[in-house]
Design a protein around this ligand. Structure first.
Ligand code: F6P
Length: 365
C-alpha cells in the first residue's frame, strides 16, 4: 500500500515588507519541519506561483541567520494580486498548485493579502494567514508584526529632529507612514515628545497647530515638532495622494507633510517650517526584539495550524495570547485610532495638539 505523502504547503510574503517577516518565516519552517510538513516558498508574493518567479523548497538551512534581517528572504510584491493578474481564470492557479503538489498556502501579509486569502478559500484553496503590517490597521489581532519597529524608527526620528529644530529655531514637520491609520504617528509622537500630531482619524484645523506653535514661542520655546501621518487631512479635505488607485492597487499617499508646511507658512509664524518625509526607513532595517518575538510566535502557530489541517484561519495575538480566527472575521475588523479613546486622550492630557478638540473628529466626518 502506498504511504500517505506528507502535507506540502507554500509560504509567501504578500504586499509590502514589514520588519519581522523573516522571524515568522524562520519559525514557520522550524515548526513545520518538526511536524512533518513540507514547505515550499513562492518568491515575490504570488509571482512565484503565477510563473513569473520561482517556487522553491524552503528547508532549515535556508532560514539560518535571518532573525535580525529586515525585508523578507522570500521577496515581496505589491503587484502580484492573483485576482488582478489572472482575473477569473482561477483554474490557472489551482492547476499550478496541483502541478506542484501544494496542499495549502500560508500567506504573511496585511489586509490586502488577507482578503486574497479569503477569496482563495472560497474557491477551495486552503489558506492560513499571518498578519503583518507596519500600519497596524488589521483589527483581528492585538498587534501586527512590523509596527513596533516602525514606531521605534519614527520615534528616533522625532528625537533627532529636536536638536536641529532647536538649533535653528524651526518648526519641523515629520511625515510618517500608516496609510489611513494614525497608529505610527500618534505612538511616535507621544514617545518622542512631539508638540502636535495629526492623524487621518482626526481631520485637523491648521489654526490650532499654529496657535500651539505661537503658545510655545511665547513661553520661550522657539521650535516645534509636528508629526503628521501620511493619510492626515484638513477639515473638509482629503488625504494627499501621489498616485491614484487602480484595480488591485490602493492609491499611493504622500505630500501630507508639504501640504501642512504650506498651510503653516501661510500663518506667518516667526519660524521657518521644514519637512522630513521618513518613508521606507520605517520598513527597513533590523526588527525590534518585540517584532521578532511576535513574528516567531505567529509563524510557529501558523505551522501548528497547518499540521493540524485547521485551514481558513489567521493567526493572531489576542489579549496577549497566540490564537487564531476565521479569515473572514479577521478582514472585517479594521483597526483605527479612536479620536476620543485612551491613547488620544493621553496625548491631549500631556499637552499634545491633535488638530481638533475632543469630540470634533466625529462631527467633522
Ligand atoms: O502598508 C504599508 C505601507 O508602508 C504604508 O504605510 C505606505 O502607505 C505604503 O505601504 C507604501 O507602499 P509602497 O512601498 O508600495 O509605496
Amino acid at each position: 500500500m502506498e504511504a500517505e505523502r506528507p502535507l506540502r504547503v507554500c509560504l509567501l510574503t504578500g504586499g509590502g515588507d514589514a520588519p519581522g517577516l523573516n522571524a515568522a518565516v524562520r519559525a514557520f519552517v522550524h515548526v513545520a519541519t518538526r511536524r512533518n510538513v513540507l514547505v515550499d516558498a513562492s518568491l515575490f508574493g504570488f509571482e512565484g506561483l503565477l510563473g513569473t518567479e520561482q517556487v522553491v523548497p524552503l528547508r532549515l538551512d535556508d532560514v539560518r541567520g535571518i532573525l535580525p534581517r529586515g525585508g523578507s528572504i522570500l521577496g515581496c510584491s505589491t503587484r502580484s494580486n492573483p485576482f488582478v493578474l489572472i482575473g477569473d481564470h482561477h483554474e490557472t492557479l489551482r492547476n499550478r498548485l496541483h502541478e506542484l503538489s501544494i496542499d495549502a498556502l500560508v500567506l504573511a501579509g496585511g489586509d490586502g493579502t488577507m482578503s486574497i486569502a479569503c477569496r482563495l478559500e472560497e474557491l477551495g484553496v486552503r489558506c492560513i494567514g499571518i498578519p503583518k503590517t507596519i500600519d497596524g490597521d488589521l483589527g483581528g489581532t492585538d498587534v501586527t508584526c512590523g509596527i513596533d519597529s516602525a514606531v521605534e524608527t519614527a520615534t528616533r526620528a522625532v528625537d533627532a529632529l529636536h536638536s536641529t529644530a532647536e538649533a535653528h529655531q524651526r518648526v519641523m514637520v515629520l511625515e510618517v507612514m500608516g496609510r489611513n491609520a494614525g497608529w505610527i504617528a500618534l505612538r511616535a509622537g507621544i514617545a518622542g515628545g512631539a508638540d502636535a500630531v495629526l492623524i487621518p482619524e482626526i481631520p485637523y484645523d491648521v489654526e490650532r497647530v499654529a496657535r500651539k506653535i505661537r503658545e510655545r514661542q511665547s513661553l520661550g520655546r522657539r521650535f516645534s515638532i509636528v508629526v503628521v501621518g501620511e493619510g492626515a487631512m484638513p477639515v473638509g479635505g482629503a488625504a494627499s495622494e501621489v498616485e491614484l488607485s487602480r484595480p488591485g492597487h490602493l492609491a499611493r499617499l504622500g505630500g501630507a507633510g508639504e501640504r501642512l508646511a504650506d498651510e503653516l507658512r501661510a500663518h506667518d509664524l516667526d519660524h521657518e517650517v521644514r519637512v522630513t518625509v521618513l518613508g521606507h526607513l520605517q520598513r527597513g532595517g533590523t526588527p525590534t526584539a518585540f517584532d521578532r518575538l511576535l513574528a516567531t510566535r505567529l509563524g510557529a502557530h501558523a505551522a501548528d495550524l497547518c499540521a493540524e489541517q485547521r485551514f481558513g484561519r489567521m493567526v493572531a495575538l489576542r489579549n496577549g495570547h497566540i490564537d487564531s480566527m476565521p479569515l473572514g472575521e479577521a478582514i472585517r475588523c479594521v483597526s483605527r485610532v479612536d479620536p476620543d479613546g485612551e491613547l488620544a486622550e493621553c496625548a491631549r492630557a500631556i499637552g499634545l495638539e491633535l488638530g481638533a478638540a475632543r469630540g470634533a473628529a466625529r462631527s467633522a466626518r
